[in-house]
Design a protein around this ligand. Structure first.
Ligand code: ADP
Length: 352
């Protein structure tokens, strides 16, 4: 039976796809909108794949808090985007049989925003604050007593008429997530009882995530296909699932099938200009630029100017994976292409 009747060619398909960097681990606005309906999210800690060390210490902490009927300690999760910090916050709330309220630090601008959030919590609930390193100082200071003593110390009025008022809060668990641990002030960091780094996932773990999700969306992937997709997912579940969705689009629209082979994955990714290393055109432009500099260290700002891109974006989005696969190194004098990076980009003839 036809899934979607079509006679669309590979070329038409590439033209239709949106201008989006598929291998960027940051969440897109569309993904954010769909986040609450996220089918891919595991529903119990047992279903959460990988991050084993974190999982076992969390299991003990959660069981102990249930046993003692006390709130779970505040938790700080840090690591690259797309590794599962938000997912884990939902899971923790599920395990505690409570609700998880979500906020992002840039949206908590005024002190009254955080006061409103805290006063809206019920006993035992989880408050998840994403990008917690971006809280402003006043908001952060209000959090100190809230985290430590479940109490809000507010100053009402100004100057001589100023009065202090203390409001008791329900006991809650704050889960903070950040990609930049170093930007969190020491007083805030010290108030988290548990602090844990999210590691990149292994290929086998990503493969399992891909297989589980393909069952949910009714795709049939063969063993090699799921391995191939996992291999180029940059150690990041968000990228793995996004690539899988795009492969599904291609398979259904261009090839009219739900069965995904290695060959089909290759063609689909080719139409998005992603190669077998999982690199896209921006990665290749970056490597070509370094290659042109005859192996002398190149400063990030020069690369950004040469590519017409933002240096922070290159530093936090493009470079980590190129470093991870050993194609570039960062030195005090600038970025260097490694021998394997050079071999790769020479083989591509610098044609991108
Ligand atoms: P972060 O908050 O770190 O940016 P998310 O929690 O939003 O990452 O995860 C991104 C996507 O990857 C979500 O769709 C989520 O369901 C999926 N995901 C992340 N980690 C796992 C995991 N360990 N097992 C299964 N799916 C995962």
């Amino acid at each position: 039976m036809a899934i979607i009747s079509s006679n669309i060619s590979d070329d038409d398909f590439s033209l239709r796809k949106k201008e989006l960097r598929l291998v960027d681990s940051k969440i897109t606005p569309e993904e954010k909108r769909k986040n609450n309906l996220n089918l891919a999210r595991p529903v119990s800690l047992q279903e959460f794949i990988g991050q084993e060390q974190l999982m076992s210490s969390l299991r003990i902490a959660i069981d102990a808090s249930i046993y003692r009927k006390e709130p779970l300690e505040h938790i700080l999760l840090y690591g690259q985007p797309g590794l599962g910090k938000t997912t884990l916050a939902f899971l923790i709330a599920n395990e505690l049989n409570t609700k998880c309220r979500i906020a992002t630090a840039p949206a908590i601008e005024r002190p009254r925003d955080i006061v409103g959030l805290l006063l809206g919590l019920k006993e035992g609930e989880v408050l998840f604050i994403d990008e917690i390193h971006r809280l402003n100082r006043l908001t952060e200071e209000l959090l100190y007593s809230a985290m430590e003593d479940f109490r809000l110390d507010l100053t009402m009025g100004a100057n001589r008429g100023a009065r202090c008022r203390t409001i008791n809060l329900p006991k809650f668990t704050l889960i903070g997530a950040t990609t930049k641990l170093a930007s969190i002030s020491a007083p805030l960091r010290d108030r988290f009882g548990i602090s844990h780094k999210f590691e990149f996932y292994t290929i086998d773990e990503l493969k399992q995530i891909i297989v589980n999700f393909s069952v949910l969306i009714n795709l049939h992937l063969d063993e090699n296909a799921s391995y191939d997709l996992a291999k180029i997912s940059r150690g990041t579940p968000r990228i793995a699932l996004r690539l899988l969705r795009r492969v599904r689009d291609y398979a259904q629209v261009v090839k009219d099938t739900n069965v995904i082979s290695m060959n089909l994955i290759k063609k689909a990714l080719n139409s998005y200009q992603i190669d077998q290393k999982g690199l896209d055109s921006l990665d290749r432009q970056y490597l070509s630029f370094l290659n042109k500099n005859n192996n002398s260290p190149t400063g990030l700002d020069s690369i950004a100017a040469g590519l017409g891109d933002d240096s922070a974006m290159l530093e936090f989005v493009v470079e980590p994976y190129l470093i991870q696969i050993g194609f570039i190194t960062r030195t005090p004098r600038g970025r260097l292409l490694t021998a394997s990076g050079k071999k790769y980009i020479d083989a591509k003839n610098g044609n991108f």
